[in-house]
Ligand binder design. Structure first.
Ligand SMILES: [Zn+2]
Length: 100
């Protein structure tokens, strides 16, 4: 009886995944000090566990972002739009539509 594994011709490589921003549904990046979401700018410490709220961009940077704050469960719907400046406008449009 042999071991229950596939016999591969070549050794496979690994893909190491980063955590996801649960609002934007995208993988965060590592910026040297911690994790950061490139869609909403939120940061987390490396030792933050699952479901830990991060620090919003405006809080850690001291810079203001344009537009109105988006309620939860909206950002992921625009997160993959290639044009970053259109994301906020589109997200606000979606929120308005739902309220009307
Ligand atoms: Zn995000």
């Amino acid at each position: 009886m042999t071991a229950p594994y596939l016999k591969l011709a070549e050794a496979p490589t690994l893909t190491i995944r980063s955590p996801d921003c649960n609002e934007c549904a995208v993988e965060v990046t590592s910026d040297g000090d911690g994790w950061m979401c490139l869609v909403c700018g939120t940061q987390w410490d490396y030792d933050d566990g699952e479901d830990t709220p991060g620090t919003l961009y405006e809080e850690w940077s001291g810079e203001s972002l344009e537009g109105v704050p988006l309620p939860p469960d909206v950002a992921w719907r625009v997160a993959l739009m290639p044009n970053a400046s259109e994301r906020q406008a589109k997200a606000e449009e979606l929120v308005k539509k739902e309220l009307s």
